[in-house]
Design a protein. Structure first.
Length: 189
């Protein structure tokens, strides 16, 4: 151990002894020296800056409350506090995961699929019939292009490749087909 590191560990042990006796100025100094270690330890485990900040605060409150129980024979102040931070962060991960699983179980248990009313279903069926009727007014080439693009989900380029036709031609067919569909549906509305 380097002389500098030994001096730092001795300084932290003295601060911890004073904190154990209730010295708030010593706690303030200890806080300044040790909070980056606590935050870094928590952040490595949690990978969430907000949760790491919460755990840091909880650990440092715990240090204030339990400083009198620290024994230099059990290890260094940084090791003791880092162990506390690591354990608290792991506990937080478990708690968050447990809450997520609980929420999922409750969500699945309580899920009610939306119920369509009979009127909604009738209206939807009527709209589908009207659309089918309007699709029948298109030329075969327009209908095929519109179906491929809007029902099968192909891009205009894919529709052109499948039809072995130029892209501008396919765009025109789809545009003209959609225009005729709009006019047909407006008449029915």
């Amino acid at each position: 151990m380097t002389e500098e590191r030994g001096a730092r560990l001795a300084h932290l042990a003295q601060l911890m002894e004073r904190v154990g006796a209730g010295d708030s100025a010593a706690f303030e100094a200890l806080y300044e020296e040790i909070s980056p270690l606590v935050y870094g330890t928590a952040a490595k485990v949690l990978r969430n800056p907000d949760l790491a900040a919460e755990v840091t605060q909880e650990v440092l409150v715990e240090v204030w409350r339990s400083a009198a129980t620290f024994s230099p024979m059990g290890g260094s102040v940084p090791a003791w506090i880092a162990t506390m931070a690591h354990r608290r962060a792991v506990d937080r991960v478990r708690a968050v995961q447990s809450q997520r699983e609980r929420d999922e179980r409750i969500g699945v248990r309580d899920y009610q699929p939306p119920q369509e009313s009979v009127a909604d279903e009738v209206e939807r069926n009527l709209e589908q019939q009207q659309l089918q009727g309007c699709l029948e007014t298109l030329t075969d080439l327009q209908r095929s292009a519109v179906y491929s693009a809007y029902y099968d989900g192909f891009t205009y380029r894919e529709v052109a490749e499948r039809a072995d036709t130029g892209l501008p031609t396919i765009k025109s067919r789809i545009r003209d087909g959609l225009k005729r569909l709009r006019e047909c549906l407006e008449v029915l509305a």
